[in-house]
Design a protein around this ligand. Structure first.
Ligand SMILES: [Zn+2]
Length: 337
């Protein structure tokens, strides 16, 4: 199956929060700082169909955000914001950068169209292996499974496949944390070959509805990705298979980072110069390889703002998907605005 590569082990006990679960950074943006906002899928429907809500922003909310940003902020491309900060060359007040992770087809209509209409720049960080993909990425396959069979049935299925000492997290933990817990318990990523085999067995054991072919309606096509720069959207690296870089050795990280760079630059005919680490996870090796490949900016999911002292290979982002227009305004403009 595409994307099911390698058998590298996930370090046990390595559990990270879903991107943007930390919404504690509520100070208004200061002079000399820029904010990078992070989104994933922007849906026409108000409710997420199967993705965890942290990865899903209704288009109505995104339109509210755009209204706030267009009125009060300067929206710049990522590298331009960084170059202005680094050079001390007059970063406009309330500078904001828009980023969208992963390869969601629906974003062509809900994001690209409104941004192009308003001539607003953005970066799409695209896992190259998801372009034209017919089957769901294993992570999405797992979330789809959870949404279709329900938590109770899934827990029974997991209990029958895992050691009896494994305590499946309660429903309050949310689907994102359930996936992290599962990978930590298994000792491998769902996106590895072992993970895909586990999903096959779990789906069969549960008699779950098939997810075969669902990727066709979810992921962007190569034609769409090729056209993104013509709409003012910069295409950034998000690896090939959306693997945890920290679970891979040097060769594995190089394959993921250089492979995506090759595919995306060939497709768009432009150099790929920005990167977002999948899940925001990286180590010194990731930074070294990225720098060798010529990357000048790399985004994490560490919440916060960026200034001239921020390491450009460790840029912070705010997950905007779950913020109302008012909350977003409060973050950027402050309580008094
Ligand atoms: Zn991602």
């Amino acid at each position: 199956m595409p994307g099911c590569t390698g058998v590298d082990r996930v370090p046990h006990g390595q559990v990270v929060d879903a991107p943007g679960f930390d919404i504690s950074h509520s100070l208004p943006q200061q002079e000399g700082e820029f904010v990078v906002l992070m989104y994933h899928r922007v849906t026409k429907s108000e409710k997420s169909d199967f993705l965890p809500s942290a990865l899903n922003c209704p288009a109505s909310r995104f339109r509210e955000h755009l209204a706030v940003l267009a009125r009060h902020c300067s929206i710049l491309p990522l590298e331009e914001a960084w170059n202005l900060v680094r050079g001390g060359r007059g970063l406009p007040p309330r500078t904001v950068v828009l980023t969208f992770d992963d390869c969601w087809y629906e974003n062509m209509e809900t994001v690209v169209d409104p941004l192009a209409d308003a001539t607003i720049p953005a970066t799409f960080f695209i896992p190259a292996g998801d372009i034209d993909r017919e089957e769901l990425h294993p992570n999405h396959r797992f979330h789809y499974l959870v949404s279709r069979v329900g938590r109770e049935q899934l827990t029974r299925g997991l209990q029958s496949m895992l050691p009896s000492s494994s305590m499946v997290p309660s429903e309050e933990a949310g689907p994102w944390n359930l996936r992290l817990w599962l990978e930590s318990t298994l000792g491998y990523e769902l996106a590895s070959q072992s993970g895909c085999a586990f999903l096959d067995t779990l789906e069969q054991g549960l008699g779950a509805p098939s997810s075969v072919g669902l990727g066709k309606n979810l992921y962007m096509t190569s034609d769409q990705v090729r056209d993104l720069p013509t709409y003012g959207i910069q295409v950034g690296n998000h690896t090939v298979n959306h693997r945890q870089l920290t679970a891979l050795g040097e060769a594995g990280q190089r394959v993921e980072l250089a492979g995506a760079q090759r595919i995306l630059s060939a497709l768009t005919g432009r150099p790929v110069t920005t990167l977002a680490y999948p899940y925001g996870l990286f180590n010194e090796l990731s930074v070294k390889i990225a720098a060798e490949l010529g990357y000048r900016c790399a985004c994490t999911v560490m919440p916060g703002y960026n200034d001239g002292d921020t390491d450009p290979m460790r840029l912070r982002r705010i997950n905007a998907s779950q913020l109302s227009g008012k909350e977003l305004a409060f973050r950027i403009l402050g309580a008094a605005s």
